[in-house]
Design a protein around this ligand. Structure first.
Ligand SMILES: NC(=O)c1ccc[n+]([C@@H]2O[C@H](COP(=O)([O-])OP(=O)(O)OC[C@H]3O[C@@H](n4cnc5c(N)ncnc54)[C@H](OP(=O)(O)O)[C@@H]3O)[C@@H](O)[C@H]2O)c1
Length: 230
């Protein structure tokens, strides 16, 4: 899709990757709703603040009513609790699944009729190399991103006849708050990832592999032993 004429809704647009996505969309001429839990935290010039908590279906419905001209939904908001699946607190496991899987699902269900009604468009889901690589110490986060990967594939097929393209963006570590504890040399720039997202949406790519880690992990899926299965 052409971003110049797009009307985008970016969840989690107040910081991290979402802030870069919102700014770059504005730079390409799109109208951008910056969705966040707290309106006052959205500070990207040219972006229209939109209240949206991805764990609150009422707020999602209201956002879809306000942003009734949307043609592009970017499901970017996410959390990482660090919970393990067996020993971790199940409250964190559920919170991660609510935010990283049920959140994008609810937003896609709410915005699909809006986008379709506006002549079609696109959904981009921000996923992770951990959609495919499931280390124990990030088991809960990885499970939520694996579920969101399945959501991306199934919704792509379901929404195609309605004129909506679904892309999934996979990336390893980025230089945002979420990966603050990760050494700098293991992270890629969120601005660069956002630029690849722009290209991928415009090209209608089903999958955007934004760094070396995600390309390596994806390639390893066909191996007899996956990266963490030795
Ligand atoms: N950073 C990495 O290394 C990395 C790697 C792979 C994938 N990702 C994915 O990239 C996406 C962006 O993450 P990031 O790195 O930019 O992290 P971040 O800097 O921690 O930002 C997370 C964003 O999500 C928002 N958010 C969290 N829960 C929300 C909710 N219930 N409703 C609405 N917004 C909510 C946050 O808003 P508040 O300010 O209100 O908390 C914030 O804007 C996420 O999906 C993440 O899983 C990140």
């Amino acid at each position: 899709m052409e971003l110049k004429n797009a009307v985008a809704v970016v969840t989690g647009a107040n910081r991290g990757l979402g802030r870069h996505l919102a700014a770059q969309l504005v730079g390409r001429g799109a109208k951008v709703y910056g969705a966040a839990r707290r309106l006052e935290t959205v500070d990207v010039p040219g972006v229209i603040p939109l209240r949206l908590d991805v764990t609150d279906e009422g707020s999602i419905r209201e956002a879809a009513r306000v942003a009734s001209d949307a043609t592009l939904l970017i499901n970017n908001a996410g959390i990482s609790t660090g919970a393990t699946l067996i020993g971790g607190d199940v409250v964190d496991v559920r919170r991660e699944m609510e935010t990283n899987f049920f959140g994008p699902l609810a937003a896609t269900r709410a915005f699909a009729p809006v986008i379709e009604g506006n002549g079609g468009g696109a959904v981009l889901n921000v996923l992770s190399a951990l959609s495919w690589f499931h280390p124990a110490d990030l088991g809960s986060y990885a499970a939520s991103k694996a579920a969101a990967w399945a959501l991306s594939d199934a919704s792509r097929e379901e929404l195609a006849p309605r004129g909506i393209t679904v892309s999934a963006l996979h990336v390893g570590y980025m230089d945002t708050d979420m990966a603050a504890a990760v050494p700098a040399d293991q992270k890629v720039a969120a601005a660069d990832v956002a630029a690849q997202a722009m290209y991928g949406i415009e090209a209608g790519l089903p999958e955007i592999l934004a760094d070396e880690t995600s390309r390596y992990v994806k390639q390893s899926l066909s191996a007899a032993h996956r990266p963490n299965a030795d």
